[in-house]
Design a protein around this ligand. Structure first.
Ligand code: CP
Length: 305
């Protein structure tokens, strides 16, 4: 493939190949001295129109570990602030002959649109509420390393599902890999058409967590919420925040995930986030390996195909 725009464009064989490639990158991702040079002479531009800590920095580290020249476009100080459009920005960057542009944008579909306007590969680093494919891949790698498989696992994805591109990409990936998926949320945080999704739907946290192998908490996305928060943050934590009492409903060996950034005391108790069942730090670590794998898969074999 030339681009990675979403999990919806990948089949189970391609997902498995990327996870296997990422697994083989884990050692290298941890040790700069073992860096590979498969992207030597290639240029990677990171173009983030929305804030990011994990995704942008791990894409930068991933590109550098593979020997690419990496440029982080400072959107806040770019001509975007003078009114330059997404398409004109893309055309300008395209004229500098990059090999890959990694894009995050607040509008669903913006990354796909940009991919149609440039000659190079494009990777979706999160577009609106649509998809965040490398997050789903790093989540899958983390689950596979802890549970040995994806097939047949029960994964409960909890919280602000409607606004979450992470949930959407995870549901697509986990469904493709034959995991059993659940969404757990108050009614107003479930997406329209949830009944057509290949996931069991729960509005009660205890019911939704019963028998879960993986509990994936999501960030409450105030910036995408329209109007007043209902329930209030306090009510949300009471009914849906993951604490010791609610986690006891999941399987004894269930792991706890969160894509970050976390609102501690809102969707997750600090004791759980930092506790023995949390794999949140490992998720961040796997982000570098997965992004190395994606960059190499798209670029390493001569021209992107
Ligand atoms: N999980 C995630 O996308 O984090 P950032 O917003 O920090 O990149």
């Amino acid at each position: 493939q030339k681009h990675l725009l979403g999990i919806s464009h990948l089949n189970p064989v391609e997902i498995t190949e990327l996870l296997d490639r990422a697994e083989a990158m884990v050692d290298i991702s941890r040790q700069p001295r073992k860096a590979k040079h498969s992207l030597k002479g290639r240029t990677q531009i990171n173009l983030f129109f929305e804030n990011s800590t994990r995704t942008q920095s791990s894409f930068e580290i991933a590109g550098k570990r593979l020997g690419a020249d990496v440029l982080n476009m400072a959107v806040q100080t770019s001509s975007v602030k003078k009114g330059e459009t997404l398409i004109d920005t893309a055309a300008t960057l395209n004229a500098m002959q990059p090999d890959v542009i990694v894009v995050r944008h607040a509008a669903s579909g913006a990354v796909e649109l940009l991919s149609q306007k440039v000659a190079c590969s494009v990777i979706n680093a999160g577009d609106g509420t649509h998809e965040h494919p490398t997050q789903a891949l790093l989540d899958a790698l983390t689950i596979r390393r802890n549970k040995g498989r994806l097939n047949g696992l029960t994964v409960a994805i909890c919280g602000d599902i409607a606004n979450s591109r992470v949930a959407r990409s995870n549901l697509l990936l986990l469904g493709a890999m034959n995991a059993r998926t659940r969404v757990v949320a108050p009614k107003n945080m479930l997406p329209t058409g949830v009944e057509h999704m290949a996931a069991e739907v729960f509005t009660d946290m205890e019911e939704g967590l019963k028998g879960a192998d993986v509990v994936m908490m999501l960030r409450l996305q105030h910036e995408r919420a329209s109007g007043k928060m209902i329930p209030s943050v306090r009510e949300f934590y009471h009914f849906y925040g993951l604490d010791e009492r609610k986690l006891a409903f999941a399987n004894d060996d269930a792991i706890v995930m969160h894509p970050g950034p976390m609102n501690r005391g809102v969707e997750i108790a600090p004791t759980i986030a930092d506790g023995p069942r949390s794999v949140i730090t490992e998720q961040v670590e796997m982000g570098v390996a997965v992004r190395m794998a994606v960059l190499e898969a798209l670029l390493a074999n001569g021209e992107a195909s």
